[in-house]
Design a protein around this ligand. Structure first.
Ligand code: TPP
Length: 324
């Protein structure tokens, strides 16, 4: 069994689990999850370094699902890795469950809450900044965005920040599945337009077939070369990939897929065992996180009681290792 077949099976098992959890919840984002299945499989079961026993270890690679509504595929990845059980993920969107319809940091594998489109990438850029200049550690930061999502202006503010600070530890993957919430995005499948925009913002950019695991693996390798720039991988995908009758079709955003679509996905399995692919462990070189903010020195604002002052002008703060 080749790595390619193993990763394709991981992707398809995650599709099946996503279909089941959204079906159980009677709401959720199946098609948005399925376009990203191979991206998530290659990231979580070949590219990223983490320890499933300590997903938020200070040295682990970070992952931000900026298109937070596609969390079924993220929960399926952690199920595949052995952190969540199938019963856990089937509690999706239940009032008593932390497996919410968008990820929250209450979960021990989530750093930032996402769901408000365009915001996760800013958080990822900040995390990459901290990794490079504050922690000075080797962990890398990966962020998955939707193609509709990147119309948000904050995405381009974050992109400018990331290239200004040469955040070569940051990789953004655009799941360019052509469709948004309803109808085609303005750029559709013209992936070269996305690539040109990221290039203009100072990114190294790579266009791949987002369902081809070999192309994805090669792109992640290329991102690690010494570009001194952040990397954008534009993954051309199809919304609802693998779901018979739903693939690349409008009107299936945010809906359960018919449970019968599982049969078509199962038919594509090569027979690779769950648990065969295990992520590499992180290199233990990051300082332990101090939740008391002990490494940040904040001076008290200077004003006398009753005096009217400009808060930001007077409020002096300084990060110990701010680069300049
Ligand atoms: C700021 C903001 N605006 C609107 C929404 C509602 N919304 C949820 S998913 C979605 C479409 C996202 O499309 P895309 O980024 O292409 O992701 P896909 O589901 O197609 O993978 C929208 C508009 C939101 N979550 N956040």
């Amino acid at each position: 069994m080749s790595l390619r077949n193993d990763l394709e099976d991981v992707a398809n098992r995650m599709r099946i689990s996503s279909i089941q959890m959204v079906d159980a919840a009677k709401s959720g984002h199946t098609t948005s999850s399925c376009s990203a299945a191979e991206i998530m499989a290659t990231l979580f079961f070949h590219e990223m370094r983490y320890d499933v026993k300590e997903p938020k270890s200070a040295s682990a690679d970070r992952f931000v699902l900026s298109k937070g509504h596609a969390c079924p595929i993220l929960y399926a990845a952690w199920e595949e890795a052995g952190l969540l059980t199938h019963d856990d993920v089937l509690s999706l969107r239940k009032i008593t469950s932390d497996i919410e319809g968008h990820p929250t940091p209450r979960l021990n594998f989530i750093d930032v809450a996402t769901g408000s489109l365009g915001q996760g990438f800013s958080c990822a850029a900040g995390m990459a900044y901290v990794g490079k200049y504050v922690d000075k550690a080797s962990y890398r930061v990966y962020c998955l965005m939707g193609d509709g999502e990147i119309a948000e202006g904050s995405v381009w503010e974050a992109a400018g920040f990331a290239s200004h600070y040469n955040l070569d530890n940051l990789v953004v993957i655009v799941d360019a599945n052509r469709l948004g919430q309803s109808q085609e995005t303005s750029i559709g499948h013209n992936v070269d337009v996305y690539a040109a925009r990221f290039a203009a913002f100072g990114f190294h950019q790579i266009v791949v077939d987002g369902h081809n695991v070999d192309e994805l693996l090669a792109a992640f390798e290329e991102a690690k070369k010494d570009h001194k720039k952040p990397t954008a991988i534009i993954a051309k995908t199809y919304k609802g990939r693998g779901l018979e009758g739903l693939e690349d079709k409008d009107n299936w955003h945010g809906k359960p897929a018919p449970i019968s679509t599982i049969d078509g996905v199962k038919a594509r399995l090569h027979g690779s065992e769950k648990g065969k692919l295990v992520a590499s462990k992180p290199v233990d070189d990051a300082p332990k996180v101090d939740f008391q903010l002990g490494h940040i020195k904040i001076a008290a604002p200077e004003y006398k009681l009753g005096e009217k002052v400009d808060f930001f002008y007077n409020y002096k703060y300084k990060f110990q290792s701010y680069p300049g």
